[in-house]
Design a protein around this ligand. Sequence first.
Ligand code: TXA
Ligand code: MG
Length: 319
Amino acid sequence: MAEIGKDIAKARSLLQQGELVAIPTETVYGLAANALDAASVTKIFEAKNRPYFDPLIIHVPDIYSVKKFTEEIPQKALRLMEHFWPGPLTFLLDKKNIIPDLVTAGLDRVGIRCPDHPLTTELLKSLSFPLAAPSANPFGYVSPTTPAHVNDQLGNRISYILDGGECRVGVESTIMGFENDQTIIYRVGGLSIERIESVIGQVLVKTNSVSNPQAPGQLQSHYAPRKPAELGDIQNLIDELSHRSVGLLTFQKTYSSSSIKKQIALSQSGNLEEAAQRLFSALRELDKSDVDVILLEEVPDIGLGRAINDRLRRAAAKS
Ligand code: TXA
Ligand code: MG
């Protein structure tokens, strides 16, 4: 198992030696390495069993760092950075040559964001390179929101987890970019579309190009528990599956039936921020329990609800 601690100097020194360190962010834990060193970045793909065609996001301490790694920054991007960084918003921007092709899977654009977590900000400020970091989970599985989640699955593949407590937002960053004159959302995430549109006006959401995934976070089956999961009307599903032992993940309500072995309501008060924050922990808890099937219920499709529903659909998608 990996060591879990708050020692920034230790994390820094491991990263400088080309090793992997799990880092806290406001969204989910990341599995970090020196983004400018291809040999270090290779270790990320190996530890996660991640296909090399799936590019990585780089993490920077501030807006000023962006121009070191990307060509021109569009005006709209700059305005959004000023509004929402540090925060759960990633931009796809044309990369400079200093970023290894391995990081972007050979694409011209690099994903870049400034995470909002005091330990990771301090770490990034102390380093002379940005950190490439995907979510710290095996490829395709539910993202981690606590150090224990990381340790459960990757603890034997990394030596250190920087402990920043439980992630505040709980779903991954929103990913956006620019094509011709259009602003495109490629992944709905921790910053709502409504908030983005309040600053730059209308955007186009393009998260379901399954035949040609621009971002494999768009793959239908992703963020998925190991147990079978069904998404739909909970009462109907309970009736249909009355012979199985089921676990429920609901928004606010609780249900009663002898077939229910475990149930988690994400937010009894109906708060979407709270629901997002608890989502991945709840999925993991149900996955670990001894139920046969996990039943999932959609939440209102507004604000962070869109990111939650996106993860629920992918958790239930058949691979
Ligand atoms: O909140 C987050 O974004 C977390 C924390 C750790 O920062 N990171 C994260 O990374 O979710 P990851 O690798 O699990 O998801 C990033 C998604 C992937 O689906 C990847 O394919 C896509 O972003 N992506 C990254 N760079 C890209 C690029 N240059 N072009 C297209 N898609 C890209
Ligand atoms: Mg991921």
